[in-house]
Write a protein that binds this ligand. Structure first.
Ligand code: BTN
Length: 317
């Protein structure tokens, strides 16, 4: 199916027999694959009598060679359609050394935080998982999810000029609408060598016609009105990730805390923290050394940390 998509990616008309000849398959087999492209990947194909088939919208697919050449020391894996890049990264780790990076054009079971689904339409956004070995003890990952937020923020600024904002712990917002999310998963034995899978999803070219997202969202294309070069964005993210992870390993999150706070969307606002069993109301006053959210609750500063926590603004702020 992906070899056929690559032939159609230019958006021009291609006859069934021409496509069949190039792929060494019958016209009927071409037609079957076209059905799957529409049904499984949600990519619309137009068929015009006498002209052939074409994609309703041309596609620029991520090219393995282009990304691998830019990062020769980092094993790069790119898939057409998989369940989740985070899960695939974990499988790959059984036969490959980290660091490594996995991209997908489409995720059928993209995972968000707190058991949510991450909507992942074909060839429109960025879905990436980077596996980072934890070699310096678990302190190495204190505040890491916030640092990855800075990576995405910087990459967005470089590709679009937009100053996005950060919502604790690691949502990236533009005018209060979510444009990117981060999901970290720790794997292995914390007393032996373990790894952290850094999953990043950024809405790049997804437009309004896309339904099924249960929160306010945006994409860089919606914000700028122009198509985003996904491959260039992928390279920028990897470049920034390399720099920030080095800083994190050397100095820890506290060296980047001021930078994080300068883009903090809700600093000083009143918020409600959902801890699973409980709700805590307070004023957001900052971020701790390990990336904890600091709330002023009944005149006392309290720190909270954990991937399952979620923060909402209190209605009156
Ligand atoms: C969130 O809920 O905000 C986190 C979203 C993380 C989505 C990314 S997309 C690439 C990687 N693979 C996944 O299955 N999830 C992460």
């Amino acid at each position: 199916m992906f070899d056929l998509l690559a032939l159609l990616a230019d958006g021009g008309f291609h006859s069934g027999s021409d496509l069949g000849d190039k792929l060494g398959i019958s016209r009927a087999a071409v037609w079957k694959r076209l059905q799957r492209i529409t049904k499984d990947l949600g990519v619309p194909v137009q068929s015009v009598q006498g002209k052939g088939y074409r994609l309703v919208q041309p596609l620029a697919l991520l090219r393995h060679d282009a990304i691998q050449c830019a990062f020769p020391m980092l094993p790069v894996f790119i898939y057409g359609s998989i369940e989740s890049t985070n899960d695939q990264a974990k499988h790959l780790l059984s036969n490959n050394a980290a660091p490594l990076v996995v991209f997908a054009e489409h995720q059928t079971l993209g995972k968000g935080r707190r058991g949510r689904q991450w909507v992942s339409p074909f060839a429109q956004n960025l879905y990436l998982s980077y596996v980072w070995p934890v070699t310096e003890g678990l302190n190495q990952i204190d505040g890491l999810s916030l640092v990855v937020g800075l990576v995405v923020l910087k990459a967005i600024k470089r590709i679009s000029g937009i100053d996005a904002q950060l919502k604790w712990p690691n949502d990236i917002l533009i005018d209060e609408r979510k444009v990117a999310g981060i999901l970290l998963e720790l794997i292995g034995d914390p007393v032996e060598l373990c790894h952290v899978v850094i999953g990043i999803g950024v809405n790049l070219n997804m437009l309004d016609s896309f339904v099924g997202i249960d929160q306010e969202w945006t994409s860089l294309n919606k914000e700028t009105g122009s198509n985003i070069d996904r491959e260039l964005f992928a390279k920028i993210v990897l470049e920034e990730l390399g720099g920030y992870l080095e800083k994190q390993k050397k100095y820890g999150f506290h060296r980047m805390r001021a930078e994080w706070l300068s883009a903090h969307a809700w600093q000083g606002r009143n918020a409600v923290l959902h801890t699973g069993n409980d709700f805590v109301t307070g004023q957001i006053v900052g971020i701790g050394d390990k990336g904890e959210i600091c709330l002023l609750v009944d005149g006392q500063e309290c720190k909270y940390l954990g991937g399952e926590l979620s923060l909402r603004l209190q209605n009156d702020t």
